[in-house]
Structure formats: structure tokens, C-alpha cells
Design a binder for this molecule. Structure first.
Ligand SMILES: [Mn+2]
Length: 243
């Protein structure tokens, strides 16, 4: 029997109280992976060495949402509206991007994920959209996480377009940061009407490396296009799980 691919999902930091502290991944990631025949596992952030020992069990990796990226990694001072940053998580995820490229591991980067992916490859971030981008639309929606709140226009020549099947889609939006200068090894494949970069892909189309600024994991159960992103990612990850 064909083995299901193991999908490692990077964890965010959570602190309920002094006795309950650790990493956290939203259920929707696990559900979307399991619904498409993948096995979800949570990757804690300890240090890059531990990550490098853990990653070989993963057939695919998701860089999940969460904290802001420390601007020191893209050579900027902290903006007054910068949120919480976690050095250990940044260091581990920067290592994961390098590992995924070197070992040709499929990578899906979501929300904070697209940001750390861009920073890992030498790009920069807008640290706070509302205060830094004139006439920006609302990117931190006040409605439920699974609901769509703004449009995104997708390049027709992209892998993302092939997967979701339309040029203009509705997405949810839960971010106050975004890509500023895109890394040279990434290409912009989707933008919102205010010019915010909403999706990127690795320049080598042989690699599956897609970053999206929205949260497809929370729309996938009710939206076929969003589920297609997981279906395709897990299908490609399963090619590495045969051996
Ligand atoms: Mn958005």
C-alpha cells in the first residue's frame, strides 16, 4: 500500500498560562491535510540543528501563520507597529527554507510563511500595512477566519492559476505585514487591488514552492479552489513518500 505523505507544519508560540506553554497549529491545517490524504505533524521550534534532524521525516512542509518576522533579518529597524517576534522560530524557519530548496521538498508557505520565505531568500517586508501603505484595503478582517474578505488577481502563467483555476478569487485576510521587495528567486503571482503581494512562487517551476498571504486552510472545507491547493501540494509530496 502506498504510504501517505507526512506533512510537517511549523508551530506558532502559545502561552495559556505558566503551566501551559508551547507550540500551536490551528486545527484547520490538520483538517485540510488529513482531508487530502496527508499525515499532519507539528514541528516545534527549538533550534536549527534539531530541525535539521527532524525534517528528513517530512515529505512536504507547511510554513504556517503566526508572529511577525524580526526585521533584523531583512536589515530594517523595528517599526512602532511591529508585533511579537520570536527569534527561535525565525531561525528555525529560515533553516527550513534552505533545507526545502536543497532537498527539493514541496513547500507551502501560508501568511507569515510567505513572509519568512521571502526573507529567507533575501527579500524585505512591509512591517505594518495600515501605517506604511497609503490607501491600503483592510487586510485584517473582522469577520470569521473562514470567510472571504477581499479579491486577489492571479497571473495566468502561474502554477497557482493552474491549481485554483481562475484569475480572480476571493480570499480571507489576516495579516498586517506583507512582502515589500520580492526575493530574486521568487516571482509575484497574485496581488490585491491595493498592490499588496498576495502570492509568490519559486522561479524554478520544477520545484513546488508556493507562498500565499491568505489562509487557504480555513477556506478549504467549503471552497474547492482552496482545497485544490492542498490536494496538489499533498499529491506532489506523496511522490517523495514512496521510498
Ligand atoms: Mn490580504
Amino acid at each position: 500500500m502506498k504510504k501517505k505523505p507526512i506533512i510537517g507544519i511549523t508551530g506558532a508560540y502559545i502561552n495559556h498560562n505558566k503551566n501551559m506553554e508551547g507550540v500551536y497549529v490551528h486545527h484547520d491545517y490538520h483538517r485540510s491535510i488529513a482531508a487530502n490524504d496527508g499525515i499532519p505533524i507539528i514541528l516545534p521550534f527549538i533550534n536549527p540543528d534539531v530541525s535539521l534532524e527532524t525534517l528528513p521525516i517530512c515529505d512536504g512542509i507547511i510554513l504556517s501563520g503566526g508572529e511577525d518576522v524580526d526585521p533584523k533579518f531583512f536589515n530594517q529597524e523595528p517599526h512602532p507597529q511591529l508585533g511579537q517576534v520570536i527569534l527561535e522560530r525565525d531561525l528555525v524557519e529560515l533553516t527550513i527554507v534552505e533545507y526545502a530548496i536543497m532537498n527539493k521538498i514541496p513547500l507551502l508557505a501560508i501568511c507569515r510563511g510567505i513572509q519568512i520565505l521571502n526573507v529567507a531568500l533575501g527579500g524585505t517586508l512591509i512591517q505594518d500595512i495600515p501605517s506604511q501603505v497609503k490607501d491600503s484595503i483592510q487586510h485584517t478582517q473582522k469577520i470569521e477566519r473562514y470567510r472571504d474578505s477581499h479579491w486577489v488577481t492571479i497571473s495566468k502563467d502561474s502554477k497557482l492559476f493552474q491549481i485554483v483555476g481562475s484569475e480572480r478569487i476571493r480570499v480571507n485576510s489576516l495579516h498586517h505585514q506583507s512582502i515589500e521587495t520580492v526575493a530574486t528567486d521568487l516571482r509575484i503571482v497574485a496581488q490585491s487591488s491595493d498592490g499588496i503581494i498576495e502570492a509568490v512562487e519559486y522561479i524554478n517551476p520544477a520545484a513546488f514552492m508556493i507562498g500565499v498571504q491568505w489562509h487557504p486552510e480555513s477556506m478549504a472545507s467549503s471552497n474547492q479552489s482552496m482545497n485544490n491547493l492542498f490536494a496538489e501540494f499533498i499529491k506532489i509530496s506523496s511522490k517523495g513518500s514512496d521510498s
